[in-house]
Design a protein around this ligand. Structure first.
Ligand code: ADP
Ligand code: ZN
Length: 294
């Protein structure tokens, strides 16, 4: 079966054709320009490909309420030209096939559950730490949407006592994203994040904030696995620092071997690597196909 996947990002779009086994047969990517220019390229790529369903993991915020008039829209993004844009409606003009529309991070979480580091688990969070911070939540065997969708990057965190950086978030200043996104690291230290030495104190501070986020997710949703992706997590030295802080701060309270003994397998990078998002699109497409009962 041929499936279509779109990873619609604020910086770049990735489109792929693949199978229900998560194999990618063909993939293209291009920079995100205006909606018209970008969707034209998407449509051209898929038009003659004979796909049977399509999955779209999209940057947000997006409207996921199927009963809403603006279902399938990108809603209040600050990205010029893209706010209130009916991306799903535009695709539906060209493709009369089952489609599944979700957040990019929910897609990535589903990809990792089908083919990555969380195979078969019923409760998982996939967090991306990049230009922003966002999380996809799978709980009770379902992707979580709720009223809109979770915004796990904008939770409030306790400031490190010597840190007087104001934070990048235009809404909250020093929320988790404001303190620990890639742009926050770069503004705080005045260099590109990848230029900071592996043992620079920036990474300890980064781990301090990310660990707080993870502790909150553990306490609220009790995930069986936490997957950390995105550009900032290319800094592999962050993993041991974050794991250590999570264990220390929880202080034995969450009494489970995943945390007490197997933390290295509990907080992990995406096994699908940079393909987590696009494989997620394939997983969403399969979901749409199955739901349509064709
Ligand atoms: P996006 O969030 O736009 O989808 P990324 O996940 O690649 O894209 O995130 C980009 C951010 O990640 C940039 O702000 C950059 O600071 C940071 N970043 C990218 N690569 C690295 C790296 N190797 N080390 C540290 N930070 C990185
Ligand atoms: Zn915020």
């Amino acid at each position: 079966m041929l499936l279509g996947a779109i990873e619609a990002g604020g910086t770049k779009f990735v489109c792929a054709i693949g199978t229900e086994k998560g194999e990618i047969l063909e993939k293209v990517s291009f920079l995100t320009k205006t909606p018209d220019e970008t969707l034209k390229k998407v449509v051209e790529f898929f038009l003659d490909k004979k796909i049977e369903a399509m999955g779209i993991g999209c940057f947000g915020p997006i409207d996921l309420d199927e009963n809403s008039k603006t279902y399938g829209y990108i809603t209040s993004t600050p990205k010029p030209d893209w706010s209130n844009y009916n991306i799903l409606g535009e695709l539906k003009k060209y493709f009369d096939i089952p489609m599944s529309f979700d957040t990019d991070v929910n897609g990535a979480a589903l990809g990792e559950i089908k083919w990555g580091s969380a195979i078969g688990l019923d409760s998982v969070i996939y967090l991306t730490v990049g230009t922003g911070i966002g999380g996809g939540i799978y709980s009770g065997g379902k992707l979580v949407h709720g009223m809109t969708h979770p915004e796990t990057g904008h939770i409030l965190v306790k400031r490190e006592k010597n840190d007087d950086y104001k934070g990048t978030c235009p809404y909250h200043g020093d929320c988790l994203e404001g303190m620990a996104s890639g742009p926050a690291i770069e503004q705080r230290w005045g260099v590109k994040a990848y230029e900071l030495e592996e043992n620079h104190k920036a990474w300890n501070l980064e781990a301090y904030y990310l660990a707080q986020g993870l502790i909150n997710y553990i306490l609220i949703m009790s995930p069986r696995k936490i997957i950390l992706g995105g550009g900032v997590m290319k800094q592999k030295q962050l993993f041991p620092l974050i794991r250590k802080k999570v264990v220390e701060t929880l202080n034995g309270y969450v009494f489970h071997k995943n945390i007490l003994e197997n933390i290295d397998e509990y907080i992990v990078p995406p096994k699908l690597g940079d393909n987590a998002g696009i494989c997620g699109g394939l997983a969403l497409a399969k979901l749409a196909f199955d739901k349509a009962g064709l």
